[in-house]
Ligand binder design. Structure first.
Ligand code: GLA
Length: 382
C-alpha cells in the first residue's frame, strides 16, 4: 500500500465515495426506470390511455409514471371526431400535437383513437347546412376528408390507428344501426380502412370493439374479416377493448375469440383494459348514486377503500387475463389499460355517476397496487 499523505488519503476517500454514490445513483435510476414496459419486453407492448394529464405543461407526476411504466399511449378523447373537429374544417390540433410530440420524445408507440365511431361525434356531421339529413355521397366525402386530414397530419408519427370503433352489435344482430350504416351502409367501414391506408401505408390499422367474447359477435366479425382479407381491405389487427369485470366475461369465450382472430393471421391489440369491481349496474339503475342513500349503499359500497378480499379477487383476475395474454403472446401485440390510476378512471362515472371504483393497476395516490405486483410476478417468479 503506497504511503499517502493525509491530503492524498482524504482525496482518495472522497473519490471512492463519489464513485459509490454515482453507482448508487445509477442503480436508483435503473430501478426507477424499470416498469411494466421492461417486465413484458419481448411479450407485447404495454400501454395506457392519456387525457390531458399534464401534457399542456409538458410534465406531471402522471407523465413521469407513464414514461417509466409504458411504451404505448392512446389519447382518451382528444382525437375523437367531436373534440378534434367540432365544426367542419376547424381542427383542434393543440393537445393532439402535444400528445404525439410527448410520445415521440419518450419512445412510445403512439396510437391514434379513433377515426370513425357513432359516438362523440360533432352535431354537424350527419346534417347539411340546413340541418337536413345528409346524403350518402356527401357523408362519404366528409368521412374521407376527415381521415385524410387527421392521418395525414401524423403520417409516420402515429404508428397504430383505431380506424373504426364499435360497428358491430352483440349476439347475431350484425352491423350496428348507426348513421354510418343507415346513410352509407356497412361499406363505410372498408372505405375508412382504404383511405387510412392510402394516407399512411405504414400505419397499423385496427378494428376496435368490445364484447368480442360474445359468440354471435365473434362469428359476425370473423365473417367480415374473412371477406376483407379476400378482397384485400387493408386491416392489420383487431382491438379488444377489454372493459371487463371480476366475473365477466367467461375467459374460455374470450380465449376462443383470441384464437379465432389469430387463426385469421391478425394480431390482437388489447386496447382499453380495465376491471370493474363494483356491483353490476345498468345506466338505468341509477344515473347518479348521490341521488339516494339506498342506492349509494348497494351500488357504491367501497367508498372508504377496497376490502382485502375484493382486492385479492382483482389481483387474481388481472393475473388470469395476463396469463392468457402471455399464453397467446405470439398473437397479442399490445395490452393497453384505459387510464393509469384509479382516480382518473371513467369507471367511477359509468354506468353510474359518482362511484368509487378500483379498475386499474395504480391506486389513487398513483402507487402500484397488488394487481401490479401480481402480473409482474407472472414474469419474475415462474
Ligand atoms: C369506449 C371508447 C373509448 C372510451 C371508453 C370509455 O370503449 O372506445 O374511447 O370512450 O369507451 O371511456
Amino acid at each position: 500500500m503506497p504511503n499517502l499523505t493525509r491530503r492524498q488519503f482524504s482525496a482518495a476517500v472522497v473519490a471512492a465515495c463519489g464513485l459509490a454514490s454515482v453507482k448508487l445513483q445509477a442503480m436508483q435510476t435503473a430501478a426507477r426506470q424499470t416498469g411494466l414496459r421492461d417486465v413484458f419486453k419481448g411479450d407485447f407492448l404495454i400501454g395506457t390511455a392519456l387525457g390531458g394529464g399534464g401534457l399542456a405543461q409538458g410534465t406531471s407526476p402522471l407523465l413521469e409514471l407513464v414514461a417509466r411504466e409504458y411504451n404505448a399511449i392512446t389519447p382518451t378523447n382528444m382525437m375523437k371526431w367531436g373534440p378534434i373537429e367540432p365544426r367542419e374544417g376547424e381542427w383542434q390540433w393543440d393537445m393532439p400535437d402535444r400528445f404525439v410530440a410527448w410520445g415521440e420524445a419518450h419512445g412510445m408507440r403512439v396510437v391514434g383513437h379513433n377515426l370513425v365511431w357513432h359516438s362523440q361525434v360533432p352535431s354537424w356531421l350527419f346534417v347539411d347546412a340546413d340541418r337536413q339529413p345528409i346524403g350518402k355521397d356527401a357523408l362519404i366525402a366528409r368521412l374521407e376528408s376527415h381521415i385524410r386530414t387527421l392521418v395525414g397530419r401524423y403520417k409516420g408519427r402515429i404508428h397504430i390507428w383505431d380506424v373504426v370503433n364499435e360497428a358491430i352489435e352483440d349476439d347475431d344482430k350484425g352491423w350496428r344501426q348507426s348513421p354510418w350504416t343507415r346513410i352509407i351502409g356497412p361499406e363505410f367501414m372498408e372505405r375508412a380502412f382504404r383511405v387510412a391506408h392510402e394516407t399512411d401505408p405504414k400505419a397499423t390499422l385496427l378494428y376496435n370493439d368490445y364484447n368480442e367474447h360474445n359468440p354471435g359477435k365473434r362469428a359476425f366479425l370473423v365473417g367480415v374479416l374473412k371477406d376483407y382479407r379476400k378482397r384485400k381491405v387493408p386491416i392489420h389487427g383487431v382491438g379488444f377493448q377489454g372493459h371487463v369485470g371480476l366475473d365477466y366475461p367467461d375467459l374460455a369465450e374470450y380465449e376462443k375469440s383470441i384464437e379465432a382472430i389469430a387463426g385469421l393471421g391478425l394480431p390482437i391489440h388489447v386496447t382499453e383494459l380495465d376491471i370493474d369491481v363494483l356491483p353490476r349496474a345498468t345506466r338505468s339503475t341509477s344515473a347518479d348514486v348521490s341521488a339516494t342513500a339506498a342506492s349509494s349503499e348497494s351500488l357504491d359500497p367501497w367508498k372508504a377503500g377496497l376490502p382485502p378480499e375484493i382486492d385479492d379477487r382483482l389481483t387474481a383476475r388481472y393475473r388470469q387475463f395476463f396469463e392468457l395474454f402471455l399464453k397467446h403472446r405470439k398473437h397479442v401485440a399490445r395490452v393497453t389499460t384505459w387510464g393509469t390510476f384509479d382516480g382518473e378512471s371513467w369507471k367511477n362515472n359509468f354506468p353510474v355517476r359518482g362511484r368509487t371504483n378500483y379498475p386499474l393497476l395504480f391506486d389513487r395516490a398513483m402507487q402500484p397496487k397488488a394487481a401490479y405486483a401480481g402480473i409482474v410476478a407472472l414474469k419474475t417468479h415462474k
